[in-house]
Structures are given as C-alpha cells and as structure tokens.
Design a protein around this ligand. Structure first.
Ligand SMILES: NC(=O)c1ccc[n+]([C@@H]2O[C@H](COP(=O)([O-])OP(=O)(O)OC[C@H]3O[C@@H](n4cnc5c(N)ncnc54)[C@H](OP(=O)(O)O)[C@@H]3O)[C@@H](O)[C@H]2O)c1
Length: 361
C-alpha cells in the first residue's frame, strides 16, 4: 500500500524531491514517475532514473503530482496541472504561477496547513525566501501580532536553477586558473562570482523586483494578514546552496528579543526551527587559548548538514533599539530543501495524516 507519485521537472528541485521521498520513507506504491520536456535517463537522487517526456497518459492512476518545472505560459504546471487534476491527482506546485489565485492555498505546513481542504486539488508552495521567513516569524506573529517586516535576503545561485550553479562553478574555476571569467547575461545580469547582485527576477514599475513583491504578497496570504507591511530587498550572493535573511520585525504588542528567543526555542510553538544563538563553543579551546567570547549563529554552510537541511535556522536575535516592540533576526535555510522540495513533501505527508487517501495509506 502507498501512493502513486509523479514528479514533473528534474532540475535541482526535482532531484531534491526524489531524495526527500526516499529519506523520509514516504509511502510509495511504486517508483515515482519522473517527467520533463524530453525522455532520457538521468542520475537523480544518486540513482539512474528513467525520465519520461511529459504526456497525459502518464498521469493516469497517479495520486499526487509534485511540480518542479519552469514557470510561465510554457511552464510545467500551466501546461499539465489541469490534465493531472482531471486524471484524479492532487497537484502540489513549487512554481509561482498559481500562488496568488484566491482559490489555491499557498501552504507552509508549519504555519497554515488548515488552508488545504479535501476539495483542494491544486496546492501552491511559496517562494523559497518566503518559506523560511514565515516559518521563523509565524510563531512570533501568533504571540505579538506583526505590524511590519523589513527583510534583506542573501540568496544562493541554486535559487535560479541548475544553469546558475554551473555558471558559478565555471566562474570559480576560471578565477582559480587566472583566466578571464565568462558570464551569460541570460542567467545573471552580471558576473556573480565575487559579487552580490541586488536584482532577482525582473524589475517592476515600482522599482521592486518580482522576487521582492512575491515576499510581500505571499507573506500576507500565508499569514492571512493583508494589512501586514513587508519591505524587502532581494540580493543574489555567490553561494551555491542556502539562503540567508536579515529580518527586522516590528510587533503590535511588546515582545522582547529574550521572549522571542524563548518562543522560537520551543518546538511545540515553533516547529521546524533550530535556534543557534547561544555562546559559541570552540572545540579548539585550551587553557592557553580560551574560547573567544563570541555568539553562535547559523550560516549557509551549516544548513547543508544532514541534521539541519529540512529545518530553518535562526540566530542573531536582538532587540531593535531604535523602535518600540521590534527585534532583528538572522534566518537561514536550504532553498532547495525546506525552500522547495521538503515543503511540498511535507504538505503531502500532512495530507496523508489528515486522511486524504483513505484505504491507500
Ligand atoms: N531553486 C529553488 O531554490 C526553488 C525554490 C522554490 C521554488 N522553486 C521553483 O521550483 C521549480 C523548479 O526549480 P528548479 O530550480 O529545479 O528549475 P530548473 O533547473 O529550471 O528545472 C526545471 C525542470 O522543469 C522541466 N520543465 C520545464 N517546463 C516543462 C514543461 N512544460 N513540461 C514538463 N517539464 C518541464 C525542465 O525539463 P528539461 O530538463 O527537459 O528542460 C526541467 O527539468 C521552479 O518553478 C522554481 O521557480 C525553485
């Protein structure tokens, strides 16, 4: 017994969905059906996998489809979600195409799983930078009501897709060999290696990028707070995997950094979070070389460790001494795992728990 699963898209997110299903012992009736724009074999999740050219008959008998394809008119979910739903499948989409549709729930399981009902056939998963921020701020919002968020992101190149990871790797190799560093302006507008680019997705007339507006609109939808003020700046940094965010949160009611730290450290109030904000432990400290008196904090390298890759790490929790009832946080997560693949697999796991497939699991 188990579910028949399909995955559409075999970029870094599709690869991580396959890994998540295996690592989390997702109840599968058979090997997932994997699809892309062309048929071929590919190594995914460390195994050679048959990739099928996406076709209507491949959705027959499938219980849940994870979409990890490109976005837009010719993107995977625009082209195939309707077909999959008509064939009887629930669809969970990593892309942005349907996120703001009023009848499509936009879900982070730690925050708003109740938005999914048995009548929901299409579920959207938020943008990676939105997911990690709302996991971190939702418990604080429940405690003190968020009035305003000011966020700056430090987003890795894998958020763009496989081509961007290959480009950064190639640029680093050229740099190491002392060669001229090439770049493809269709990936990033500038050379990303040794630089930070305050430009993710297209600019809109307001001067904000579409990535930044996703953080505004998606946060309001997930937290069911249309009035919440969110002021974002999204920046691409030369990191392969993992996004970090500096988040300033102003509350409607008093909440100190110490109270926020206690809330975020409580796994019942704050599922999916690890707080790294205590005194640093220096394994090399000796009697003559004392541990430096520094604080612990998470970085994009920490998030790649097995124990953290499905979690959101929070540190640098401080009172904002310039505004009443405000704090600062540093939030880190793996954009391919919790920011995408883990989130969609967790949504399906919760649907199983809630009895969406009676008699099958
Ligand atoms: N990367 C992240 O951090 C992240 C985080 C959250 C959400 N997302 C979203 O997740 C999705 C996948 O991201 P990614 O980085 O893995 O993308 P990617 O590297 O661009 O890979 C996209 C995959 O989708 C397939 N595809 C595209 N159009 C298709 C269509 N019409 N029918 C069937 N397959 C199609 C492509 O097939 P071919 O291989 O045959 O070209 C490719 O395998 C995107 O919507 C992205 O916005 C990404």
């Amino acid at each position: 017994m188990g579910l028949n699963v399909a995955i559409v898209g075999v970029g870094p997110v599709g690869d991580r969905i396959l890994r998540c299903l295996k690592e989390r012992s997702f109840p599968l009736a058979a090997q997932p059906v994997v699809m892309a724009t062309t048929a071929r074999t590919e190594v995914l999740g460390d195994e050679e996998v048959q990739v099928h050219k996406t076709a209507p008959e491949l959705f027959e008998g499938i219980d849940v489809v994870f979409f990890a394809g490109r976005e837009g008119a010719k993107g995977a979910s625009r082209e195939w979600a309707d077909v999959a739903i008509k064939a009887g499948a629930y669809c969970i989409d990593n892309g942005s195409d349907f996120r703001m549709y009023p009848d499509v729930p936009l879900v982070v399981p730690e925050v708003n799983m109740d938005a999914v009902t048995p009548n929901t056939k299409l579920i959207a998963s938020p943008n990676c930078s939105t997911i990690q921020m709302v996991v971190a701020v939702a418990p604080l919002h429940r405690a003190a009501g968020i009035k305003r968020i000011v966020v700056s992101t430090y987003q890795s190149v894998s958020g763009w897709g496989l081509k961007a990871m290959e480009e950064l790797e190639q640029q680093l190799c050229c740099l190491a060999r002392g060669e001229e560093v090439p770049f493809d302006p269709c990936v990033f507008t500038r050379r990303i290696c040794l630089d930070c680019i305050p430009h993710i997705d297209r600019f809109t007339a307001s001067g904000y990028t579409k990535e930044e507006l996703k953080m505004v609109n998606e946060t309001r939808k997930i937290l069911d707070s249309p009035e919440m003020q969110v002021s974002p700046t999204a920046v691409r940094v030369p990191v392969m995997i993992g996004h970090a965010e500096s988040v300033n949160v102003e509350f409607r009611r008093p909440l100190s950094a110490a109270e926020a730290r206690a809330i975020l450290s409580d796994p019942v109030q704050s599922p999916g979070i690890v707080v790294m904000d205590g005194p640093a432990v220096d394994p090399h400290a000796t009697a003559s070389r004392k541990a430096p008196d520094e604080l612990q904090y998470p970085t994009q390298v920490d998030i790649l460790q097995d124990e953290y890759k499905d979690l959101v790490l929070v540190g640098r929790i401080r009172d904002d001494e310039t505004v009443d009832h405000a704090i600062n946080l540093w939030v880190v997560a793996d954009n391919l795992r919790k920011g995408a693949a883990t989130n969609v697999v967790q949504i399906a796991e919760k649907m199983i728990e809630r009895g969406f497939w009676p008699g099958k699991v």
